[in-house]
Design a protein around this ligand. Structure first.
Ligand code: AP5
Ligand code: ZN
Length: 216
C-alpha cells in the first residue's frame, strides 16, 4: 500500500508514520529526515539543504523530487511505503503521480492529519528530538522516562533548530496555502482521508487504523 501523510508542521506526521511503519511493515520515508541526515553528514546535499531548513523555507522541488524518485525505487518499497513530508507542493504531487505511473503504481491513501494552528505551535515548541536516533518526544504530551534522555537509545534530547518560535510561524505560513492545494488534488483523485488529530498519540493512531483497516 502506498500512503502519503499530509499535515502542517507539527501535525504528528512523523509520530504516526513511525507507528504505522511498524504496524504495517512499510518503510517510513521522511524527506525532512533525509535532509537532516545529509546536514549532519555534511554531504553536498546537506550543504545545499541547510539554508532552507534553517529558515523553514522549502527545498527546491527539483532536488526533493529527485530524492524521492530514487528512494521509492528501492526494493524495500516493493510492497508500498509511507511518505511523510512529501509531497508538499502541487508540483511534487504531480511528479509523484507521474513516477508511480511509470512504475505501474498509484497512491492508495492520502491521509491528512488535521490540527488547529494554536495546537501546532504548542506541539512544535515542546518537541524534543533524540540527537542519535531522531525519535521525537514532547515535554508535556509525550515525555521521555528520564528527562532529556531518549528512551530508545539513551541519546541526548535536543530542540530542533527550526522549532524556534519565529521559524515555526514561518513554516506554518509557508505550508498552509500549499496544503489547501494538496488536499484538493487528492480529493479530486478520490483517495483523500482526513483524521482529526484531537486526543493523544494513541487515540489518533487508533483512528488511523480504522481508516487504513485491513487495506494493507
Ligand atoms: P519536516 O521534517 O518534514 O518538518 P515538518 O513538515 O515541518 O513536520 P514536522 O517534522 O515538524 O512535524 P510532524 O508533523 O512530523 O510532527 P511530529 O510527529 O514530530 O521538514 C523540515 C524541513 O525540511 C522543511 O521546513 C523544509 O525545509 C524541508 N523539507 C522537507 N520535506 C520537503 C519537501 N517535500 N519539499 C521541500 N522541502 C522539504 O509531532 C510534533 C510534536 O507533537 C512532537 O513533539 C510529538 O510528540 C507531538 N505530538 C504528535 N502527535 C500528538 C498528539 N496526537 N497529541 C499530542 N502531541 C502530539
Ligand atoms: Zn534515541
Amino acid at each position: 500500500m502506498n500512503i502519503v501523510l499530509l499535515g502542517l508542521p507539527g501535525a504528528g506526521k512523523g509520530t504516526q508514520a513511525k507507528k504505522m511503519s511498524q504496524e504495517y511493515n512499510l518503510p517510513h520515508i521522511a524527506t525532512g529526515d533525509i535532509f537532516r541526515q545529509a546536514i549532519r553528514e555534511e554531504t553536498p546535499l546537506g550543504k545545499e539543504a541547510k539554508k532552507y531548513l534553517d529558515s523553514g523555507e522549502l527545498v527546491p522541488d527539483e532536488i526533493t523530487i529527485g530524492i524521492v524518485r530514487e528512494r521509492i525505487q528501492k526494493d524495500d518499497c516493493d510492497n508500498g511505503f509511507i511518505l511523510d513530508g512529501f509531497p508538499r507542493t502541487l508540483n511534487q504531487a504531480r511528479a509523484l503521480t507521474g513516477m508511480l505511473e511509470d512504475m505501474g503504481r498509484k497512491i492508495d491513501v492520502a491521509l491528512y492529519i488535521k490540527v488547529k494552528e494554536e495546537e501546532l505551535i504548542k506541539r512544535l515548541s515542546g518537541r524534543r528530538v533524540c540527537q542519535e536516533c531522531g525519535a521525537a518526544y514532547h515535554v508535556v504530551y509525550n515525555p521521555p522516562k528520564e528527562e532529556g534522555i531518549c528512551d530508545l537509545c539513551k541519546g541526548k534530547l535536543i530542540q530542533r533548530s527550526d522549532d524556534k518560535e519565529e521559524t515555526v510561524k514561518n513554516r506554518i505560513r509557508i505550508n498552509k496555502e500549499k496544503m489547501e492545494d494538496l488536499i484538493e488534488y487528492y480529493r479530486n483523485q478520490g483517495n483523500l482521508k482526513t483524521v482529526e488529530s484531537t486526543g493523544g498519540i494513541d487515540e489518533v493512531f487508533n483512528k488511523i487504523q480504522e481508516i487504513i483497516g485491513a487495506g494493507v
